[in-house]
Design a protein around this ligand. Structure first.
Ligand code: ATP
Ligand code: MG
Length: 657
């Protein structure tokens, strides 16, 4: 039975499905844990190797793991060159921008040419293997060319989310110390153009490290003043370089492919370092076992190349699998003519026959504010599944999109650090039942446990709450270390649980009797009300079930009497609750009653306040720590990745009323 039907079924039905259907995935997972070398050596056959590895796994110096030691390969070769024999004229990169009203398709052959051209420019600028190239780009094809060109010549790319302010960019320039920066004149969001070049110039002025050169794609959106001797227009440079054939540099599997920063939700972002061979194998395996991505099909991830999802599932994963990847620039609710269009993504699914789609709960919540009929306007018969990741997927949101699209909605739990899903359903191995509120079960290669955060003791009873940890050796694709900071890697991630050497996800979770995990929020976000420990997510989930609530954040705020109390900030569907004090009061009362009835009085927030928007990172994650700091009149800390500062201000104002 397809998971969609299971999704729509009752809880009892779903549970009996689980019991019958999960056996073979369980065996698959068990083999990956008991015989990791045999398991991953099989997976490694999914990619091309120039030299086969001599040792599959070296876990001699925990927590560090080296995968496919002695092997030589190249991510760009596997993403492009290896497909030329069979699918040179098949679409590889489809770029759609509702910001500029443009659509372009590059076949594998054309992508091969473009990437070599960019690689030739980087070589001309003196970039060699191991050099860092920082990419500060909007979602345009040139950004993909630059990433793949780095992979081709063995340069380490460091993509920084386009549009980050100069200070955030400067600290990343100092951390990555790039030889070259690749950028563009401007990005655009909702029709508003942001000139990148002045932001970049200011960042380079602020940084201690200075790049040798800046390579710029000119989209014609904003004027650029070039710094002589340092700045180069990509088009001019491409015309100047003589050879447009650049062979792949064969890299050690354990060489560094890229660094990427975490979202900065809980504090100063960490520079995650990833390898070449392990990552290629992990992604190829995930395309088969998790996403069921088939060569020739189209994959559409709505993420941004600035995030790990963009690296793994806009650029590398789909291309490794021989799929076309759809790269989208624009809001989820904007048409090709720049006018509002809540059905644009579904229009693209129909037009490009998208089979696998990947997005985030935050995007679905944006769509939820639109007319549900928009989900039915287009032919979505090509679509096999929608994967969602990045944040807890609350049941009302999952149901809404599941009912609307009629395809399985698969929650994915993972982190920048892991590079690919940690907990989800491996439907390519076996169809397992979806349970609302749970991303699923640990993926092959991952030994996931729930432990007591103070004693490190494993909690095995169903429903016992603890910290979700991963025991080493971590699988291929997982971070190698923190860039330039092995000590931070070991101390931050592996030594936070007393008495246990395990990687902490810093997320709080439980496991049910069937082995399904539920993520209850971040360990920082646990609220302790008079000795009762509550995950913010549980309260948020309950509040978001109220028909009038579009979105909600719950934080724990210090309280002299109870230790902490919960406070809720909600975006109402009816904007009237924002301006009409009477309506706000009655909605607040209803929300409190709901929490009281469903979770009990301890969980009831002391206040429910209504705001037009919640503070989020640029990747759409709720910045609860910032809300909490404002509520407690503390300094909110590093806000370099915050999207809309006005939203935090409006919370501050509400509190002062
Ligand atoms: P930082 O580590 O800098 O504080 P971050 O943790 O938000 O930022 P990411 O690596 O982008 O950076 O996000 C990973 C986190 O997102 C997870 O640890 C978890 O808290 C949350 N998350 C991701 N997917 C899910 C999911 N499906 N369900 C619940 N939470 C999720
Ligand atoms: Mg994190």
């Amino acid at each position: 039975m397809p998971a969609a039907a299971v999704c729509a079924g009752t809880k009892t039905q779903r549970q009996s499905e689980t019991a019958n259907m999960s056996e073979s995935y369980r065996a698959f997972h068990q083999r990956s844990i008991e015989s990791p070398e045999a398991f991953w050596s099989e997976q490694a056959a999914m990619i091309d190797w120039q030299t086969a590895p001599t040792r599959i796994m070296d876990a001699d110096t925990p927590p560090f793991v080296r995968w496919f030691v002695g092997g030589k390969t190249n991510l760009c070769h596997n993403a492009i060159d290896r497909h030329l024999a069979d699918r040179a004229d098949q679409p590889a990169l489809i770029h759609v921008s509702t910001e500029t009203g443009t659509e372009r398709t590059f076949t594998f052959r054309q992508l091969h040419e473009e990437v070599q051209r960019t690689a030739a420019c980087l070589l001309e600028l003196g970039v060699t293997k191991g050099d860092r190239v920082l990419i500060y780009m909007p979602m345009i094809p040139e950004a993909a060319f630059a990433m793949l060109a780095c992979a081709r010549i063995g340069a380490i790319h460091c993509v920084v989310f386009g549009g980050f302010a100069s200070g955030a960019l400067a600290s990343r320039i100092d951390d990555a110390t790039p030889k070259v920066i690749v950028s563009s004149d401007a990005g655009s969001r909702g029709g508003k153009v942001t000139a990148y070049k002045p932001l970049l110039d200011e960042a380079i002025r602020l940084s201690t490290h200075k790049p040798d050169a800046v390579l710029l794609a000119d989209r014609g959106l904003a004027p650029m003043a070039l710094v002589p001797g340092r700045d180069h227009l990509a088009a001019d440079m491409a015309a100047r370089v003589k050879s447009t054939e650049v062979a792949c540099t064969w890299l050690d599997a354990t060489d560094v492919s890229y660094t990427i920063y975490t979202s900065g939700t809980t504090g100063r972002p960490k520079g995650v370092q990833r390898d070449v061979g392990g990552y290629a194998v992990a992604l190829a395996a995930s395309m088969r076992h998790i996403f069921d991505g088939r060569a020739g099909d189209t994959y559409f991830s709505t993420s941004d190349i600035g995030w790990v999802v963009g690296h793994s599932y806009i650029i590398y994963g789909p291309l490794l699998a021989g799929m076309a990847t759809l790269m989208y620039e624009g809001l989820p609710t904007q048409g090709m003519d720049g006018q509002p269009d809540g059905a644009i993504w579904w229009r693209l699914v129909e037009k490009y026959k998208v089979t696998v789609m990947f997005s985030a709960p935050t995007a679905v919540r944006v769509l939820k504010k639109q007319d549900p009929a928009l989900l039915k306007k287009h032919d979505l018969s090509s679509l096999r599944a929608l994967f969602l990741a990045g944040e807890p997927l609350d049941e009302p949101t999952a149901r809404w999109i599941s009912d609307g699209l009629g395809v399985p909605i698969i929650d994915n739990y993972w982190q920048t650090e892991s590079g690919w899903p940690i907990i989800t359903l491996a439907n390519g191995v076996e169809h397992m039942a979806t349970k609302f509120g749970s991303p699923g079960v640990p993926m092959y290669g991952y030994k996931v446990k729930v432990v007591h955060e103070a004693t490190g003791e494993e909690l095995t009873a169903p429903g016992e709450k603890g910290v979700v940890v991963i025991e080493g050796p971590t699988p291929p694709g997982f971070m190698q270390t923190v860039w330039n900071d092995d000590a931070r890697f070991v101390n931050t991630y592996w030594k936070s649980i007393p008495g246990r050497m395990a990687y902490s996800t810093f997320d709080w979770g439980i496991r049910d009797a069937d082995g399904y995990f539920y993520i209850l929020g971040r360990t920082d976000d646990v609220i302790n009300v008079a000795g009762h420990r509550l995950g913010t997510r549980e309260i948020e989930e309950c509040i978001s079930g109220h028909a009038q609530v579009a979105e909600v954040a719950v934080v724990g705020v210090a309280d002299a009497l109870k230790g902490q109390v919960a406070m809720a900030f909600a975006v109402p569907k009816d904007a009237g609750a924002l301006t009409d004090a009477g309506r706000a009061r009655s909605l607040e009362g209803e929300v409190m009653k709901r929490v009281n009835d469903e979770l009990g009085a301890v969980a009831r927030p002391s206040r429910v306040m209504f705001v037009a928007a919640l503070p989020k990172t640029r990747s759409g994650k709720l910045l609860r720590r910032a809300i909490q700091a404002v509520c407690e009149r503390r300094d909110p800390g590093d806000l370099s990745t915050m999207d809309d500062p006005a939203s935090l201000e409006s919370i501050r104002r509400q509190l002062d009323l």
